[in-house]
Design a protein around this ligand. Structure first.
Ligand code: G5P
Ligand code: MG
Length: 218
């Protein structure tokens, strides 16, 4: 039986949580749950939750806890019945969310991506996405094969509304004020917190992989 080892990947907006998560999934058995991706898919579908979340997300503000928590609980229930370990991306984002999470599922380790804000500002100005699937591109790091088109469907790529420069700063400020304090919160509760500093996801992942291999083999 595989060892229970649930992860949270935590870092500033644009810090590479989605990018590193994808690399983790290529090497380890995890169920990836990204609250940002789930919310964007609700917006795409035009669900009630999507309509409510859209006004907050488009301006780079956090969606109210009750909406996100309900959505997350339902997703975790589905994932647990499918068995396997969880990789939470973008949740929790506040101490209040972390407190609720405690009663839903145990968390064993925090993977903290520590990326300079200047690098983040540069990356996000070059991010393009295929909104229906959530596939992410970067004009410098992983450009699409054909300019402006999704590699799989050939459909047009768009930029996220919250990647507009006027909203990026708000997201970074919210991260510093509301999400970063989770690092000491988890350290205080004796959860393993491992920080990875740098500017290149490919280099950072080498260390993430090493750390996870060690943890999972103990
Ligand atoms: P999200 O979707 O969780 P953010 O803002 O936390 O959004 P984001 O923007 O998705 O995080 P990321 O996943 O950390 O960023 O980063 P990424 O997409 O992998 O990489 C960013 C870009 O850099 C990409 O273009 C990638 O290709 C490129 N890149 C990666 N590595 C490198 C590299 O080494 N070099 C270079 N040059 N480029 C690289 O949440 C969105 C919104 O949803 C709501 C909020 O409104 C939030 O703002 N929300 C919640 N609200 C309340 N509570 C929650 N728990 C919520 N969760 C989501
Ligand atoms: Mg992401």
């Amino acid at each position: 039986m595989q060892k229970a080892w649930n992860l949270i990947i935590l870092g500033a907006p644009g810090g590479g949580k989605g990018t590193i998560s994808k690399k983790i999934l290529n090497k380890f058995a995890y169920n990836h749950v990204s609250t940002g991706d789930l919310l964007r898919s609700h917006i795409q579908k035009g669900s009630d939750l999507g309509k409510k979340a859209k006004t907050y997300m488009n301006q780079g503000s956090l969606v109210p806890d009750d909406l996100v928590v309900d959505m997350l609980k339902r997703t975790i229930e589905k994932n647990q019945s499918a068995s396997g370990r969880l990789l939470l991306d973008g949740f929790p984002r506040t101490i209040a969310q972390a407190e609720i999470l405690k009663s839903v599922v145990p968390i064993h380790q925090i993977i903290h991506l520590d990326i300079p804000h200047a690098e983040i500002l540069r990356r996000l100005s070059q991010r393009w996405i295929h909104a229906p699937s959530g596939r992410v591109y970067n004009l410098e790091y992983n450009p699409p094969a054909a300019e402006g088109k999704d590699d799989v469907t050939g459909e047009p790529l768009t930029q996220r509304d919250d990647d507009k420069p006027e909203f990026i700063q708000r997201r970074l400020d919210d991260y510093e004020a509301m999400t970063k304090p989770l690092l000491s919160h988890y350290k205080d509760s004796m959860t393993e917190v491992t920080s990875f500093a740098g500017t290149e996801s490919d280099v950072i992942f080498v260390d993430v992989e090493k750390t996870l291999k060690e943890m999972l083999s103990k």
